[in-house]
Design a protein around this ligand. Structure first.
Ligand code: F0G
Length: 414
């Protein structure tokens, strides 16, 4: 069967200028704001699309009609199709709420970034690009390195020196990326990545690349299908650069446009307290963010002071009648631990921010009885073992005898 793909126009999110052709456009040359791919969905209806989707296995490419790339030949590691898990044991704080965790840590490289990279790297390969590049707090680097190896494209990743969790660094290095440790923060690396790419003739695969967002929006389609054809009342998501929350919003809006639903969720963006320019702008009702010069949090994935997609993200939160929160590290740590101990889901610190945020909203009475709340858990806990171990007491070895083992398990009370 030949699929009919939705046509797409590259468009500025602010001034509406449209562009055709350029491969390396990551911001509007007219006004400087972000770009998005606007799909022509006339003639597409959910009822016909759903029949094709259901005939395919779960995953990003199940939704290929709404991915603006020529079909076939995708660079894939079978990303997407992650579980939406009911997490009722967190719900003591909010009786009557249906809580779910979208466990994106189960993607091939352990984070949601794989959804965007399968689309972005497929495009790089279709364009016959000879190098790909990104700036990253770790997960984007690990993901890009994996997909680039599979496509046979040399890859460079710029990471803040000393600011990336070991697991992610190991992935990027082992998968053959040229890892460049940059002095300063992620923001410093992000500031130079497009110019560096020009010199290196590299294709930029940060989330300012609109094709990344196209892949990531498929998570919204999955949530809808996994909820039996419903959108949640609330979608709570950690925010760094803001690409992911904006991608969910695009996905839900497209579901509405094709007649799958007439409702949209309210979006909640969650940031770490000392790296929270987006939450700050929402809470103070500012038009623009005020960048944080020295962002600080143990959740290194979202240690970002000048989010690249701030404008898209503010817009998505406001359009959805949502909100944004600043959560202290201690509460993020508690949520990470709660999710592991009560539900068996081990996520990295940034991912736990969504759960911490949802718990706060529950305590504040924001949710109504009967609401469905989806927390996006963006990355796997094994990526950042140092952060997890820092919260544990050191292990003392015991003799290999039954007595010693029983005593160790029950604290000498056997
Ligand atoms: N959670 C995790 C685990 C992440 O790695 C990131 C971003 C986010 C949340 C925030 O997503 O930027 O779309 O708002 N990590 C990027 C990286 C910055 O380089 O891996 P966002």
């Amino acid at each position: 069967m030949v699929e009919r793909l939705a046509g797409a126009t590259l468009e500025c999110i602010r001034c509406g200028s449209t562009f055709s052709g350029p491969e390396d456009l990551y911001a509007c040359p007219e006004c400087g704001d972000g770009l998005q791919l606007v799909l022509d969905l006339a003639g597409f209806s959910y009822s016909t699309l759903a029949a094709s989707w259901r005939a395919r296995p779960p995953g990003v490419w199940r939704y290929r009609e709404l991915l603006p790339l020529n079909g076939g030949g995708e660079v894939s590691l079978q990303e997407g199709g992650t579980p939406l898990l009911r997490v009722g044991n967190l719900g003591a704080a909010a009786p009557g709420i249906s809580w779910f965790a979208k466990n994106e840590g189960q993607n091939p490289t352990g984070s949601f970034k794989d959804r965007g990279m399968t689309v972005g790297v497929t495009r790089a390969r279709n364009l016959r690009r000879t190098r790909v590049i990104c700036a990253s707090t770790g997960n984007t680097a690990a993901s890009l390195a994996a997909y680039a190896s599979r496509a046979g494209i040399p890859c460079a990743v710029l990471v803040p020196s000393g600011g990336v969790a070991q697991g992610k660094l190991a992935q990027a290095l082992f998968q053959g990326a040229k890892v460049v440790a940059v002095k300063g923060s992620f923001d410093d690396a992000m500031k130079v990545v497009v110019e560096a790419a020009k010199r290196l003739e590299a294709y930029v695969l940060n989330s300012i690349n609109p094709y990344r967002i196209e892949g990531q929006k498929t998570a919204a389609f999955e949530v809808y299908e996994q909820l039996g054809g419903h959108v949640p009342d609330w979608l709570v998501c950690p925010v760094g650069n803001g690409g992911n929350l904006a991608a969910y919003w695009k996905g839900f809006q497209e579901l509405k446009a094709i007649g799958a639903t007439d409702r949209l969720p309210r979006l909640v963006g969650v940031q770490a307290e000392k790296a929270a320019p987006i939450a700050d702008a929402i809470q103070r009702n500012l038009k623009e963010i005020v960048p944080v010069a020295k962002p600080e949090t143990f959740a290194s994935a979202i240690r970002i002071g000048n989010p690249a997609n701030w404008s898209k993200t503010l817009r998505a939160i406001r359009e959805s009648d949502g909100t944004a929160l600043k959560i202290p590290d201690k509460l993020i740590m508690d949520a990470q631990s709660l999710l592991a101990r009560r539900e068996g889901i081990f996520v990295e610190p940034a991912s736990a921010a969504s759960v911490a945020g949802a718990l706060r909203l529950a305590q504040e009475g924001t949710f109504d009885k009967g609401d469905t709340v989806v927390c996006v858990c963006t990355g796997h806990g094994l990526k950042d073992p140092e952060a997890a171990m820092a919260a544990q007491r050191p292990q003392k070895a015991v003799e290999a005898t039954v007595d010693a083992i029983v005593a160790a398990v029950v604290g000498g009370r056997a």
